[in-house]
Write a protein that binds this ligand. Structure first.
Ligand code: AMP
Length: 355
C-alpha cells in the first residue's frame, strides 16, 4: 500500500459508482474527455461563459454534459453539485492558472493527483529547491549581475503567459536592463528544448519501477513560441531593442519531437529522481507531469521547469505517440488518467491517486 492522499470523507461521493471525469473546457480538455469516454467514464465540462461552440465539431471529445460558470472563480461554488455527480476534477494548466493555486488547493471535490504539489511548483524558488535537492541539473542562477559570464535570461517573478522575460547576450548587455519588479537572472542555455511527458503511477507494479509504482513516458513535444522563434529573422537583439521589439515566449502551438534513443535513459533518470524526491517532500507527485529542459551540445539535460499536470503538448498524441504506442496502442495522456482512476477504484486504492 502506498501513501494515502485523500481522506475517506473526501472519497465518499465516489463509492459504488463510476467517477465522473470533470475539467474546465480549455487547454487539453477535449483529450481528457475523449480518454475518459474510451475508458467508459462519464464526463462533465465546466464552461466559462458558455460551452465553446467549436466543441460541437468534435463529438468524440465533447463532454457528456456542461456546467456553466461566469468566471473560473465560480468553480468552488459548484462543489456540492460536483460531489453529487461523483466528480473527479482533472487539473490542467489553464484551470489552475485562472483559478489560482490557493483556491485550487482548497477545492472540496476529489482532485486527480496530489494537490500538495501546487505549493512546490507554483513558486520558482521552491521548485528549484525540489529539483536541485533531487540532483537535477538546472540552468545556473546568478545572485548578482557582476557574476554573469555568458548569455542570460532574466525572469520576473510570476512571469506569465510567456511575457516578462529579458534576454542579454553577456554582462555588458545586461547593464541596459532596467528592472520593473522582482526578478531572477538565469543562465540562457544554448541547446535544443524538449518538453517530455511522463506519467507516474503509484499503484502500478510493472515497467520502470520508481518508489512503490512505475514511471511511463507517453510523449514529447517542443513549443512554438511567439515572437522569439522567428525573431532571428529580423537580426541582432540590440537593434531590435532600439526598434522597441522585445522578445516574448507566448506559446502558440506544439510540434512533435523524438529524442535520440540513447538520450532516453538520461531523461528517465532525471524524471525518476524528481518523483523520488517528491515522495520524500510531500507524499509524491501522481499522474502526468512534464520535464521541460534543454539538451546542450555536450548532451547535458538542463531542466528549467517542471509542470506537474497534463500539458497541452500531449494534445499531439490523442491517438498515441511514438512512445505511448510502446506501452499500449493508441494511448493518450487523457486516456491514461482515466485508466488510473478505473484501476485504482477496482483495487480500492483511490486514496493514493486522488486528493
Ligand atoms: P518558463 O516560464 O521558465 O517556462 O520559460 C519560458 C520559455 O523561456 C521556455 O519555454 C523556453 O523557451 C525559454 N527558457 C526558459 N528558461 C530558459 C533558459 N534557462 N535558457 C534558455 N531558454 C529558456
Amino acid at each position: 500500500m502506498g501513501i494515502p492522499l485523500a481522506s475517506a470523507a473526501r472519497l465518499a461521493p465516489l463509492e459504488g459508482r463510476a467517477p465522473t471525469v470533470t475539467t474546465v473546457c480549455s487547454h487539453s480538455s477535449l483529450q481528457i474527455f475523449h480518454g475518459a469516454r474510451a475508458e467508459g467514464l462519464p464526463t462533465i465540462g465546466i464552461a466559462v461563459g458558455r460551452p465553446p461552440r467549436f466543441y460541437d465539431a468534435f463529438p468524440r471529445g465533447r463532454p457528456d454534459r456542461f456546467l456553466t460558470v461566469d468566471h473560473v472563480s465560480g468553480v468552488p461554488a459548484l462543489a456540492d453539485r460536483l460531489r453529487e455527480a461523483g466528480a473527479v476534477i482533472v487539473p490542467h494548466g489553464s484551470f489552475v492558472e485562472y483559478l489560482g493555486a490557493e483556491a485550487f488547493a482548497k477545492l472540496e471535490v476529489p482532485v486527480f493527483g496530489n494537490r500538495a504539489v501546487l505549493a512546490w511548483e507554483s513558486d520558482r524558488r521552491k521548485e528549484r529547491e525540489w529539483l536541485e535537492s533531487a540532483g537535477v541539473e538546472m540552468p545556473a542562477r546568478y545572485e548578482e549581475a557582476s557574476q554573469v559570464d555568458g548569455p542570460v535570461i532574466v525572469k520576473y517573478y510570476g512571469a506569465k503567459g510567456g511575457k516578462g522575460f529579458y534576454l542579454a547576450k553577456n554582462r555588458e548587455a545586461l547593464a541596459d536592463f532596467r528592472p520593473t519588479g522582482p526578478y531572477v537572472i538565469q543562465e540562457y542555455v544554448l541547446g535544443t528544448r524538449y518538453y517530455v511527458h511522463f506519467f507516474y503511477s503509484p499503484i502500478s507494479d510493472r515497467g520502470y519501477r520508481v518508489g512503490h509504482g512505475s514511471l511511463e513516458l507517453l510523449g514529447m513535444d517542443r513549443r512554438d513560441e511567439a515572437n522569439i522563434d522567428e525573431l532571428y529573422k529580423l537580426g541582432a537583439q540590440e537593434e531590435l531593442l532600439r526598434a522597441g521589439i522585445r522578445p516574448t515566449f507566448v506559446v502558440t502551438g506544439n510540434v512533435p519531437v523524438v529524442l535520440r534513443e540513447s538520450l532516453l535513459e538520461k531523461t528517465f533518470e532525471v524524471a525518476a529522481r524528481i518523483v523520488e524526491r517528491s515522495i520524500e517532500l510531500f507524499g509524491g507527485m501522481v499522474g502526468p507531469f512534464c520535464v521541460e529542459g534543454i539538451m546542450t551540445e555536450d548532451l547535458r539535460f538542463k531542466v528549467f521547469e517542471i509542470s506537474t499536470r497534463i500539458v497541452a503538448g500531449t494534445n499531439l498524441y490523442i491517438s498515441g505517440s511514438p512512445y505511448s504506442d510502446l506501452v499500449e496502442p493508441g494511448l493518450s495522456t487523457g486516456r491514461r488518467i482515466a485508466q488510473e482512476i478505473v484501476r485504482a477504484q477496482a483495487q480500492g486504492r483511490l486514496s493514493e491517486v486522488l486528493s
